[in-house]
Ligand binder design. Structure first.
Ligand code: GLN
Length: 239
């Protein structure tokens, strides 16, 4: 079994340990002897998107988003196709914003997104920062997902949320929704260490990719004592 993960713009979109999320997917595959190749993909690179099982897009500063968005727009058709074809996508913060219609940044610049999803994001006066706890909408156990958020953008979305905010802000600090889910695509404001502290979510992504490619329906259990100790500590401190 072999999976390929395309890490988009790791040189520009890599805030708050987003790279750690990719390392976590890699390690949890390797611990199960699942071969996984991590392919860094940046501006002007080329790759056949149909060969990819998991796409990872991290978050970025407004400046970083201004740097990548034009290149990203070249992949509108590819993303449309792979999302329909159930490829696994995890798009965090800036990456999540750019899959939508547009992002109006803190200086009032309008950055068009891929427009694959109909939500839009507008930067507010202050930033929404802090540890965040949500209840996931994917049916995963435990229900809680913990992470860290830091965004000026407020996203207004009618899609199924990734989760419901218990502590923190989520999409906009108003409607209690966090992120979005469509097929195997997840958009979220939760940065690293999202996957290290939420092994159930990491395994969900790996399993979705294996299901799609190899029709595999379960994963070998791992010892997640350390991961859940970190998860529980967040619940204890901020929950
Ligand atoms: N620049 C965007 C915002 O402030 C995204 C930030 C991020 O990726 N953390 O909303």
């Amino acid at each position: 079994m072999k999976l390929k993960l395309l890490h988009m713009y790791p040189d520009v979109l890599n805030l708050y340990r987003d790279r750690g999320n990719v390392i976590t997917i890699k390690r949890r595959c390797e611990w199960r002897n699942i071969d996984i190749e991590i392919i860094p993909f940046t501006i002007h690179d080329k790759y056949d998107f149909d060969e990819i099982d998991i796409f990872f897009i991290g978050g970025g500063s407004d400046r970083g988003q201004r740097i990548v968005y034009k290149d990203f727009l070249n992949y509108r058709q590819e993303f449309k196709r792979v999302i329909k074809d159930d490829a696994v996508i995890l798009a965090i913060c800036g990456g999540y914003q750019l899959l939508g219609k547009k992002y109006i940044d803190s200086e009032g610049n309008e950055l068009p997104g891929l427009g694959i999803f109909k939500y839009e994001t507008i930067s507010g006066k202050d930033r929404l920062i802090g540890n965040i706890i949500i209840e996931n909408n994917l049916g995963l156990k435990p229900k809680t997902i913990v992470g860290f958020e830091n965004h000026g953008g407020r996203t207004y979305s009618d899609y199924e949320p990734f989760g419901f905010v218990r502590v923190g802000y989520g999409n906009n600090g108003e409607d209690g929704k966090e992120g979005m889910v469509y097929r195997n695509c997840i958009g979220t404001y939760l940065h690293g260490p999202l996957l290290p502290k939420n092994p159930h979510l990491t395994d969900y992504l790996i399993l979705k990719a294996l299901e799609r490619k190899y029709n595999i329906s379960s994963l070998e259990e791992l010892n997640d004592e350390i991961e859940y100790a970190a998860h529980k500590k967040v619940l204890k401190l901020y929950g």
